[in-house]
Design a binder for this molecule. Structure first.
Ligand code: NAD
Length: 484
């Protein structure tokens, strides 16, 4: 198979926070993979910038180590790794002071694409933006990349947007939600808008309900203190689940360009009805004989922060009025799985009689593990005898369909960084989208705080609190099983 990798123009990428966890685990190994694939050209330069006092060689050692730890099989490509490391430089810098900025200015090549990854705490965004401007390191074509969390409520998100807008135009700001970089998420758009098959059925007349699940088996571990100030609603629902909801529910954009797509996503968020607090269940994982509870992980025996949320919401527009969307996410659940399930309505009239049973088409879009899609269709059970029906999956696991090529599919971070260099904002959140998402989330969180809501405990390895099941049960529905 001929490689379809299209190299991006040579670039300078500055990673503020280049010694941090995210840079070590995702950004640097991802860049190495793009280098191996030939997408990052050797003329490009990566500049780590953080507080630690390294020289270039010292930083290269930490990058080598990070790729050894997180780069998987690529780490064995030692010749190429040394070649990659020649493209890596380092500047010790203080975001809040003047140290290092002149040295950085001398390194960044103004004549080509330059991007600045703010892989640091959001409290430093303003300082970085200010100093990049002050030292004339960034120009009107520079890009800046910012990570979640983008604020903790509408007010703080607005403040962050304002801080960035002081020196950068919206077209220069890339707010990462790595869920949008996943292959399946883009395939979701390809399936919806590249085929005629699904779109006529994609509405409340044919869709009974939609479930979006992001389940994790891990707890909050070492991030307990941070997570305790955030919770599942802020950490997962406001960003990842909302983004998936937008892509599944949006109207077809007129073109696949950044603003056309993001305009449609924004309309979905704005059409979301406020959620009735009776349609939300919050949970907290309990302790087991061998593992700590959420309260212990958070180091706060009285914490009321949730590690699980399940909710039902409605989109008030012509397409979706009457079709509920059920969202669920949590930690320490039975399996690690992210799935969107579009559950279609029953056939209007059962010609095969009651004994044939009730069957439904379900389109399942899996983000992890085993990215792919499955369409459940009803067929006749093979063999003699009456007309008995069974459901079988039409399965499109990308790994099977694309064979060896799947090896070359970049992971979400790699793809998104390459999009930054190409200047394509389609898969990044716009400032107004983020604000609209907080405007919908804030009253929910405020409602819990006002009534001192206490999350329901749930067992580690379960599907979450029983109340989440009850919420569905009251609607005559059941959550899809959490499966690998
Ligand atoms: P980290 O604490 O591991 O690293 C922080 C980095 O910032 C370090 O390199 C440090 O040297 C640098 N830094 C701190 N103060 C500085 C200053 N005054 N001047 C210059 N550099 C300074 O953090 P992390 O986990 O890598 O996360 C970075 C950002 O990415 C955070 O906003 C975080 O919320 C976000 N994020 C991280 C992950 C993840 O998996 N780690 C996932 C999603 C989002």
């Amino acid at each position: 198979m001929v490689s379809r990798v299209i190299p991006v123009d040579p670039f300078d990428l500055v990673i503020f926070g280049g010694t941090g966890d995210l840079a070590r685990r995702k950004i640097l190994p991802g860049l190495f993979r793009r280098f191996l694939a030939g997408q990052m050209l050797p003329e490009s330069q990566i500049i780590g910038a953080a507080r630690s006092d390294f020289d270039d060689e010292g930083y290269r050692d930490t990058v080598r180590e990070a790729i050894g730890e997180f780069g998987g099989a690529d780490a064995a490509r030692t010749v190429e790794l040394e070649d990659f490391l020649k493209r890596v430089r380092y500047v010790a810098i203080d975001a809040k002071g003047e140290d290092g900025w002149k040295a950085l200015a001398a390194l960044v090549d103004q004549k080509r694409i330059n991007a600045f990854y703010f892989s640091v705490a959001p409290s430093l965004f303003g300082d970085l933006a200010e100093r990049l401007h002050l030292h004339a390191i960034a120009n009107k074509d520079s890009r800046i990349v910012v990570e979640k969390p983008f604020g903790r409520d509408l007010k703080s998100a607005k403040e962050l947007n304002a801080v960035l807008a002081r020196h950068f135009d919206e077209t220069q700001i890339y707010r990462i939600d790595h869920y949008l970089g996943k292959e399946t998420v883009q395939n979701l758009m390809a399936v919806r808008f590249g085929n005629i098959l699904f779109e006529p059925l994609w509405n409340s007349q044919y869709v009974d309900h939609i479930e979006i699940t992001v389940a994790e088996t891990v707890g909050v571990g070492g991030r307990g203190e941070y997570y305790n100030k955030s919770g599942a609603m802020r950490d997962m629902v406001q960003n990842h689940l909302m983004q998936l909801l937008c892509l599944i529910a949006m109207e077809p954009p007129s073109r696949f360009d950044p603003d056309a797509v993001r305009d449609e996503k924004l309309k979905v968020i704005r059409a979301l009805e406020p959620v009735n607090l009776h349609h939300i269940v919050r949970g907290q994982y309990d302790k087991t004989p061998s593992e700590p509870s959420f309260r212990e992980d958070a180091g706060d025996p009285k914490t009321r922060t949730e590690s699980f949320v399940a909710l039902k919401c409605h989109i008030s527009n012509w397409r979706w009025a009457g079709t509920p969307f059920y969202l669920r996410t949590g930690k320490k659940l039975r399996t690690r799985t992210s799935e969107i399930a579009v559950v279609f309505k029953d056939a209007p009239h059962l010609i095969f009689g009651q004994e044939a049973g009730r069957h439904r088409n379900i389109l399942s879009i899996r983000l992890q593990p085993n990215e792919g899609m499955t369409l459940g269709v009803t067929i006749k059970e093979p063999g003699p005898g009456g007309m008995r029906l069974i459901d079988v999956p039409l399965d499109m696991a990308f790994a099977d369909a694309l064979g060896d090529e799947i090896e070359d599919v970049p992971d979400a971070y790699e793809r998104l960084i390459m999009d930054v260099i190409r200047g394509n904002q389609t898969l990044f959140m716009r400032g107004d989208e983020v604000e609209a998402a907080w405007a919908w989330t804030d009253p929910i969180i405020q409602g819990w705080e006002d009534r001192h809501d206490v999350p329901k405990p749930y067992d580690v390895g379960s599907s979450g609190p029983e109340d989440a099941g009850m919420m569905m049960h009251r609607d005559g529905r059941r959550w899809r099983e959490l499966r690998e």
